[in-house]
Structures are given as structure tokens and as C-alpha cells.
Design a protein around this ligand. Structure first.
Ligand code: ARG
Length: 477
């Protein structure tokens, strides 16, 4: 089986070490179904324009379908000597269909073929990840709605800052992950470009019909420049950048949940089914899922860095360096999909400790800004109010009291503008609900944000990209 398809000009056999070193089959075998779909469409196009006969095309397509079934069933023999998935399929086709198999590669090169396979693979995976993110977003909105009345301390510099709704905090992640989803959706338009017909780099002398192949394979557009078609890996870089940003979002969520589940915070409890124990300390319940997601973020960023570095300074057009793109792409796709999956299962089962969050929001002078705002409403300038409240905080600290626990007399000693009404202004609920500006944490505002998000998600549901499509050899000529 291992006579090389490019053996013609060589007089010496490839060294075994070189075969093992250059072979990519262990990685790119994953592309087999796209490679076969692409070849079937290519055959159909060749027959349509009369480059091969319809009878030949039929034989080739039947053979390709047989190979697809063999690989799917695990009955296919892979061999390092055959380099990559394209060579494997073509060589096997020769065994099944005989000499006619040698017509398949007319008007095509592995350079445009691999670009096609990866684009078909990636549009499929990207649409799957978009669907997964859509599901995760719906879950986030659900958890936010369920916890609409839970107040927690909002943080800056990891210091308690101002009270916010837990739902508002969660909806920040809704915004982050919905940007990820839209970025990927946008990236799809650059992925979904049909490179076949570029051949090695210059195009081909045959009267091919690229638009027809594109239609068969459900591509929106045909690559406009043959050199670019075989050199371009921007769509992979873009995907990896989008995946890295999404992972950074997951790492931030993970870090927060890890902190919040510590005894020091005690804001959240992981469900038992999503935590692990210690082999030595019987009392431990560890947030390993969140930790692993946080850790895997580094690996995905590494994939992006590896590809950018690999592509940097590469001359046009195809270079074998580019074979290395698949390993990092597959790793990143698998990791991101697994992280979305595990978070989607875990998120609705997190238990938020409402009492602890509320207690934490009530202590630590989170009402200082609101006291300053109150003084402004009574006619003082904000800077003066800021200074004065700072002094009041320092005084309260020396008495080991919260601001709202000072007496009216004590407060009025700082400014005669202060009236009894200040105490209601400093209740946490009031502080939250007064922040009614667009995008603020007031209950009504967050409720609206949730309703808007639900509407958007519902609308999007009907418009999710879908690149699942079956091989249909019967529909071929
Ligand atoms: N296995 C190659 C890759 O993944 C396919 C293209 C090979 N082309 C070539 N001229 N050697 O990039």
C-alpha cells in the first residue's frame, strides 16, 4: 500500500525517520469526512464540466463513500508511510476503484485540499461552539433571574466597593460570553470561503467550475486569489484568538468561584458531583473543575501563540510549516468545547449563600459613596463630600462601627446638612435600587436587562448557523 503517490521523480526510498517525522496522519485523520465530502463534490464538478465522464465520477463517489464507511467503522488501516489523510484516501480508492482513482486529483493539489478540509471542519466546530455558548448564555440568564433579590458586595481591586445584585454580576458574564458568541459568528464569514481550484498556488488550466463546487459544499464565497487561498490561515488565527478570549472569560469566572467557595468568602458551594476530595485531608472539597478550566486557559492561549509564531514571516504560498496548524487548532477546539460543556452542567447547580453575601455587603463601608452622594443632594460639592465622608469613615473605624451604625448626632458633627433620612438612603437595598441608570444594578434595571437578554437569545435560536450536513452520495451524478 505504501508506494508514494509522488514517487515519480525520486530514485531513493524515503528514510523511515523522515516518514515518521513528516507524517501527519495521526492528527489529520480527524478530517476524513470533510476530505471525502470535498472529493465527492470535486468529482461531481469534474464530471459536470466534462473533465471526467459521469460514469467515472459515479465509480469514484461510490468508492469514496465506501472508504468513509470503513473509516467510520474503524476498519481502515492507517500507515505513516502515506503521510496524510488525503494520500490515505486516494491510495485506498485505487485499491477499491482501480485505475480510475488516478483521475480524482485532476485540477487539484493537496494545498487547496487541506485548506478546504480545515475550513469545512472549522465551520462545523465553530457553529457547534456557537450553539453551546448560546445554551450557556440561557443558563446564565436563568441563574440571574433565580437570584434576582440576592445582594452581594461588588469589588474593585478585590476590595469591597459597592453593593450590587448577584444577578447583575452574573449578567456581566452574559455580556462577555455573548461577545464571544458574536465574535465567532463573525469569524464564520471568513472561515466559510471555498479555496478549491487554487490547486498548488496558481490556479489550474482545466475549465473548472468553482462556484458549482462551492454551492455543493455550501460555501458562501470562493477564494478570490489562488495564492492567498493556499497561504491563508487567518481564519484559524482568528478562531484561536476568539477562543482565547472566551477562555480568559472562563478563567475569570473560575477564579471568582474558587475564591467565593473558600471559607474566607463562603459565597458559593459547588455541588458534590462537581467537586473532588483530597487524598489526605478528609474535610476537603476542592473546586477542581473551576481550577482546571482556569489552568486550560493557558494551553489555549499557547495554541494561539504557537500559530501566530509559526505563520510569522512565512513566504507565500504553501509551506510545510503550515501542517502544524491542525494540532493547535484541534486542541483549542476540544478544550473550549469541553469547558463550555462542563460549565453548562455545573452552573445551574451552584448554590449561592444569600445570607453570607448580604452580610458581606453590609460591612466594610460600602455605603460611603452613597453618603457622599447624599451630601451632594443636600448642596455640597462632590469633592468636599468625599473628603468629609472619608473623615467619617475613619471616625467610625476608630469606634469599630459601620457608617450606618453611627448616631444622627455623630453624623451631624461632620455636617449640619445631614438629616435623619440619611439612614434610609444607606440601606443596602436602597443603594442598589437607586442605581437605575442604564446598565446599573437597580433591581428594575437588571430585570429589564434579563428580559432583553432572554428576547435576544430567543430570536437568535432560530438563526444559529448550522453546518451539519450529511454526505449524500446518491445525489451525486
Ligand atoms: N499534510 C499537509 C498539511 O497538512 C497537506 C498539504 C501538503 N502539501 C504538500 N505540498 N506537501 O498541510
Amino acid at each position: 500500500m505504501s508506494e508514494k503517490l509522488w514517487q515519480g521523480r525520486f530514485s531513493e526510498k524515503t528514510d523511515r525517520i523522515v516518514e515518521a517525522f513528516t507524517s501527519s496522519i495521526q492528527i489529520d485523520r480527524r478530517l476524513y469526512t470533510y476530505d471525502i465530502q470535498g472529493s465527492m463534490a470535486h468529482c461531481k464538478m469534474l464530471a459536470k464540466v466534462g473533465i471526467i465522464s459521469k460514469a467515472d465520477a459515479r465509480v469514484l463517489i461510490q468508492g469514496l463513500e465506501k472508504i468513509r464507511q470503513e473509516i467510520a467503522a474503524g476498519r481502515f488501516q492507517f500507515d505513516d508511510a502515506l503521510e496524510d489523510i488525503h494520500m490515505h484516501i486516494e491510495a485506498r480508492l485505487g485499491e477499491i476503484a482501480g485505475p480510475v482513482a488516478e483521475k480524482l486529483h485532476t485540477a487539484r493539489s493537496r494545498n487547496d485540499q487541506i485548506a478546504l478540509d480545515v475550513r469545512m471542519y472549522l465551520r462545523h466546530e465553530t457553529s457547534h461552539i456557537i450553539e453551546q455558548l448560546h445554551g450557556l448564555l440561557s443558563l446564565i440568564v436563568g441563574v440571574a433571574r433565580k437570584n434576582l433579590d440576592v445582594i452581594m458586595p461588588g469589588y474593585t481591586h478585590l476590595q469591597r466597593a459597592q453593593p450590587v445584585l448577584l444577578a447583575h454580576h452574573l449578567m456581566a458574564y452574559y455580556e462577555m460570553f455573548s461577545r464571544d458568541m458574536l465574535r465567532l459568528d463573525n469569524c464564520l464569514s471568513r472561515i466559510n470561503v471555498m479555496p478549491l481550484g487554487a490547486a498548488a498556488l496558481a490556479g489550474t488550466t482545466y475549465p473548472i467550475d468553482r462556484a458549482y463546487t462551492a454551492t455543493l459544499l455550501r460555501f458562501d464565497t470562493v477564494a478570490a486569489n489562488s495564492i492567498d487561498a493556499v497561504s491563508d490561515r487567518d481564519f484559524i488565527m482568528e478562531f484561536l484568538a476568539d477562543a482565547s478570549i472566551a477562555m480568559v472569560h472562563f478563567s475569570r469566572l473560575s477564579e471568582e468561584l474558587i475564591l467565593w467557595s473558600s471559607a474566607e468568602f463562603d459565597f458559593v458551594e459547588f455541588p458534590d458531583a462537581f467537586a473532588t476530595g483530597s487524598s489526605i485531608m478528609p474535610q476537603k472539597k476542592n473546586p477542581d473543575v473551576a481550577e482546571l478550566v482556569r489552568g486550560k486557559t493557558g494551553a489555549v492561549i499557547g495554541c494561539l501563540t504557537a500559530l501566530l509564531t509559526m505563520m510569522k514571516s512565512l513566504p507565500l504560498a504553501y509551506n510545510r510549516d503550515m501542517q502544524e496548524d491542525k494540532k493547535v487548532l484541534f486542541d483549542a477546539v476540544d478544550t473550549l468545547a469541553a469547558c463550555i460543556e462542563v460549565y453548562s452542567a455545573m452552573l445551574p447547580k451552584l448554590h449561592f449563600n444569600q445570607e453570607k453575601m448580604q452580610q458581606a455587603a453590609a460591612a466594610g463601608y460600602l455605603d460611603a459613596t452613597d453618603m457622599a452622594d447624599y451630601l451632594v443632594s443636600r448642596g455640597m460639592s462632590f469633592r468636599q463630600a468625599h473628603r468629609l465622608v472619608g473623615e467619617a469613615v475613619s471616625f467610625a473605624m476608630s469606634r469599630k462601627k459601620e457608617l450606618h451604625a453611627l448616631s444622627l448626632d455623630e453624623l451631624q458633627a461632620f455636617s449640619p446638612l445631614i438629616r435623619r433620612e440619611i439612614f434610609s438612603k444607606l440601606s443596602i437595598r436602597q443603594m442598589v435600587d437607586r442605581r437605575e441608570c442604564e446598565g446599573g444594578t437597580a433591581t428594575g434595571t437588571v430585570k429589564n436587562a434579563i428580559a432583553t437578554a432572554e428576547k435576544k437569545l430567543n430570536h437568535m435560536k432560530a438563526h444559529l448557523p448550522d453546518f451539519h450536513f450529511e454526505n449524500n452520495p446518491e445525489a451525486m451524478p
